[in-house]
Design a protein around this ligand. Sequence first.
Ligand code: SER
Length: 579
Amino acid sequence: MQSDEIRTKFLKFFEARGHKIIPSASLVPENDPSVLFNTAGMQPLVPYLLGQEHPMGKRIVDVQKCVRTGDLDDIGDNRHFSFFEMLGNWSLGDYFKQDAIKWSYEFLTSKEEGLGLDVNRLYFTIFEGDENAPFDQESKDIWVNCGIPENRIYALPADDNWWSPGDNGPCGPCSEMFYDMSGNVGDLNKEKFLEALKKETVIEIWNDVFMEFEKKDGKVIGKLKQKNVDTGAGLERITAVMQGKQTAYDTDLFSSIGAVLIPVGHDIRKKRIIADHIRTSVFLISDGVIPSNKDQGYVLRRLIRRAVFCFSDHRMKDEEVSVLVDMIVIKYGDIYTNIKDKSQHIKDVIIAESNKFNQTILQGLKEFEKGIDPFVLFTTYGFPIELTVELAKEKGQTVDLEDFKKKMAEHQKLSQTSSAGMFKGGLANHNEKTIRLHTAHHLLLAGLQAIVDKNIKQRGSNITKERLRMDFLCDHKLTDEEKQKVQDWVNDKIKQGLEVVRKEMPLAEAQKVGAEMEFGAKYPEVVSLYFIEDKDGNPISKEFCGGPHVKNTSELGTFKILKEEAVAQGIRRIKAVLL
Ligand code: SER
């Protein structure tokens, strides 16, 4: 049975039982900033599980796109995927355990309407009870009434059989269904069942959650207004089961993608990572995510870069991206039409990101060889820490993750500080004009050093939205010619459209780089630097600075020096504007 048929059968089965089919929600939650992605089918339905009326009624069935990136390191084995589809049927305060369990059983075993699985290969778990809810006798009785022998039903604690999306939200005891992948596991006692689970000779294929409770800050606080059913069956797993494969990578879900990857070589794990990550990237981009350094965009960036990294020469050619995306569109485009509609955009985004990575990766690899700090590799060369760990592993080395984490924490503090508006230079606010003047300020200092004296140091600055003001150490009044040349120099850099790049690194590294520091300022252990780089990537300006800045000097307009004057012995002041 092909994956398309499994989806259709599931939807039709529940449609025939009064459920309305709804399309998958976007991977990016619409109203829930607490999570980056929908990680389960229930997430977009939370308001309705809490009691809001769903426009389609109380019985819903869907196939929801999900992304989970908590265990990226495990991807490449048989079971982990960063993207998956969850088949789910929903009772929003309507039917409860009796129908939910009976229908799960029928769908799994019915040859006509369902999957026709051999009941002798199925196992079941129920909730054993704790202070929040009693042993789930009702579910056990229902399974027994379906004809399941008691020695195939196991009671397990909340760790296994209480489902919640996190520390907050609707939750409840669940009953799970498992499939014997080997075909000859036979009868098991609970201990043997748990062993088989660990060895993955049996795997979970479906979860019926009886959502009648609510959690707050990690504690169950009581019952919801209504009793809900949230069921979830991973399409990847079900497809593997139906096609007699150990993993979804060997099913029709991945076969065309796999075919494209034959030239990549023999490392199965790497091929799987590429297939998984590119598939996820396609779906994320189709839902509006673009690579960036934070939140969803950062996850996407990591996925693309990690995929590129898995190619043998750490390069993903434009044609390879194009064919991979085409294959994914052929496989999924009729169901998720936005990936078909946006296929060119998806290709462009992946190609742009992968090229960006290619540009820096060679440099990054060189730095890695030199033994440079993983944190610097991350902030300066865009090397996700996982890549550094992977590179190190290949060389039999280890990475000090604790140290990395410490620096990252510092880095985050720093980003918050800068986004809260506390940065040097006395910038009054962040509006566009001041941001542009701020970047011009960096160019002016670099220009003074390039034209007048390379030893010129800044001694103070002030920016309003009208003008910038810079005080600097200099032993003479600038001549008209010097002023003109500095102004021309700055305007030339503006015209060249140079990139303004933010990098973060440990203070000691930054000092080695020789960036401009503010006299007498105290800097944290990890600092933010702004580089303005020429077309060959050489910095023409580098300053310790929290930002913000424009992305490219072309945004500045025309630079004009208004005034040059003395403020004290050996200290000169320039006022300048952007027109
Ligand atoms: N919410 C449950 C799960 O994700 C069932 O859909 O497993």
